[in-house]
Design a protein around this ligand. Structure first.
Ligand code: NDP
Length: 254
């Protein structure tokens, strides 16, 4: 168990106030990590931080817009000031705007790219000095099946999530020397607020997910606790630049 022990570590989870982010945060807290929940909705983040504190770890809720570089730098500074160090960053905040490509306004294209891709880079860039200063760290970027596949209703989302995988590899090669491992997790279809909206917007989605997923079910936020602990712990110290699908077999189905 000590290989997976995160006691004494501090983790920031962007978008950790719900869905997959909260599922990962619960895993890290169960392994002993102190957690900073970072999101735009302060009340939602406070509630998640209070829930995580009941697992016996220190928690904090910090307001951030990951698409705003100054807001991101302030989040990292506040986290280090309040918690004392920074060991783990999960770049989980993300949105989708579903339309056919010809229907996007350019402002919508930019909004998706700036939250999903720019945001992950801003957070990583701001976090790296604090991690390097204490001898290393772990960065986990959240991609998607759209990191691999295309879909007619997700052009900026697919571009952002494809970029996440390549950014992960580039950062991994650069920061391995600082003992910072950078990996990506690619969720399949997971039951969260994000996909509740998708079910309303994409005809037949629910049945297609069940038919196309070998495990025969939607994923749940709890499915992300284990991978978060593994990629945040000493157990993964020689794993870097990887993109791990957590998808019930969706991406390997022929
Ligand atoms: P949710 O909508 O439940 O969570 C998204 C989170 O991102 C919220 O906590 C939200 O918090 C936060 N967020 C959004 N924009 C910003 C911003 N500008 N700054 C800070 N935080 C922000 O969705 P999921 O849990 O499903 O999604 C989490 C990640 O997983 C996303 O990156 C998504 O793309 C990815 N993913 C999800 C899949 C699924 O099937 N659900 C499949 C593949 C990937 P707040 O509102 O407080 O800002």
């Amino acid at each position: 168990m000590s290989m997976f022990d995160l006691k004494g570590c501090v983790a920031i989870v962007t978008g950790g106030n719900g869905g997959i982010g909260l599922g990962m945060a619960r895993g890290l807290a169960t392994a002993g990590a102190d957690i900073v929940v970072a999101g735009r909705q302060a009340a939602k983040s406070e509630a998640a931080a209070a829930e995580l504190a009941r697992l016996g770890v220190r928690t904090a809720a910090i307001e951030v817009n990951v698409a705003d570089e100054a807001s991101v730098r302030s989040m990292i500074d506040q986290a280090v000031a309040r918690m004392g160090r920074l060991d783990i960053l999960i770049n989980n905040a993300g949105i989708n705007i579903r339309k056919r490509p010809e229907e996007y306004k350019m402002s919508e294209w930019r909004e998706v790219l700036s939250i999903n891709l720019d945001g992950a880079f801003y957070c990583s860039h701001a976090a790296q000095p604090a991690m390097k200063a204490t001898g290393g760290g772990k960065i986990i970027n959240i991609g998607s099946m759209m990191s691999i596949f295309g879909a007619p209703f997700a052009t900026p989302y697919a571009a952002s999530k494809g970029g996440i995988v390549q950014m992960t590899k580039a950062l991994a090669t650069a920061w391995a020397v600082d003992n910072i491992q950078v990996n990506a997790v690619l969720p399949g279809w997971i039951d969260t607020e994000l996909t509740q909206k998708a079910r309303e917007q994409v005809d037949g989605l629910h049945n297609n997910v069940l038919r196309r997923t070998p495990a025969g079910r939607w994923g749940e936020p709890t499915d992300f606790a284990g991978i978060a602990v593994f990629l945040s712990s000493k157990a993964s110290d020689f794993v870097t630049g990887a993109a791990v699908a957590v998808d019930g077999g969706f991406s390997i189905q022929g």
